[in-house]
Design a protein around this ligand. Structure first.
Ligand SMILES: CC(C)(COP(=O)(O)OP(=O)(O)OC[C@H]1O[C@@H](n2cnc3c(N)ncnc32)[C@H](O)[C@@H]1OP(=O)(O)O)[C@@H](O)C(=O)NCCC(=O)NCCS
Length: 172
């Protein structure tokens, strides 16, 4: 089997990324959310137009992990200040971080996080921050292993459902 490569996403990845992002979002949250809330959120966040805008935004870096042309994971970091009250020096947001279920527990997440940290460093960052649903226990455990600490919370709307995200930060 060929090796997994991690590379920067480009505009031509928009369709494949939109499909992969919508699928991994559904895989992650379908069991614990109302279908109508997930559909509303997915319609706003995922689609060729949305991913083209993200892939071509100079303030966003998209990292794609693939094997033999098949997407296995992606991450996005962007220049975006954290919510008020989160006081860290030179923050860069880890906006999205999704690994296909088939690759959970394989070490791919750790490789992708290294690439995300490098991309955030290139943006001049010294800290990563992110929001993660308080009920996403696997992700919270994973981020803890990567040195993230909990510094607060914020609301995050998924369709009509107002959820609470933990805000985590880590040194780059
Ligand atoms: C979050 C994610 C990137 C982590 O990657 P991963 O390869 O699964 O991470 P790892 O297996 O290295 O670590 C996960 C840890 O959570 C633990 N874990 C698994 N299920 C758990 C649960 N229900 N509750 C608490 N911890 C759990 C695992 O045992 C492991 O810890 P260990 O190494 O000490 O045993 C990956 O699971 C993923 O993409 N999930 C779906 C998308 C997602 O949630 N993204 C984050 C959005 S903010």
């Amino acid at each position: 089997m060929s090796e997994i490569q991690i590379r920067r996403g480009v505009a031509g990845d928009a369709r494949a990324l939109a499909e992969f992002a919508a699928r991994t979002f559904a895989d992650t949250f379908a069991a614990d959310n109302r279908p109508e809330d997930l559909s509303a959120h997915a319609a706003a966040a995922y689609g060729v137009l949305q991913q083209t805008a993200e892939l071509t935004d100079a303030g966003t870096a998209t990292l794609i992990a693939e094997r033999g042309g098949a997407m296995l994971a992606y991450a996005q970091v962007r220049r975006c200040p954290p919510p008020p009250g989160v006081d860290v020096d030179r923050p860069v947001e880890l906006q999205r971080f999704y690994v296909d279920r088939s690759a959970h527990g394989t070490g791919l997440a750790q490789r992708l996080m290294s690439a995300a940290r490098a991309a955030a460093h290139e943006f001049g960052g010294t800290h990563l921050w992110l929001g993660v649903w308080e009920r996403n226990r696997r992700a919270i455990a994973y981020y803890g292993k990567e040195g993230f600490v909990d510094v607060g919370s914020k609301f995050y709307d998924v369709g009509a459902d107002r959820q609470i995200d933990r805000i985590l930060v880590a040194k780059i």
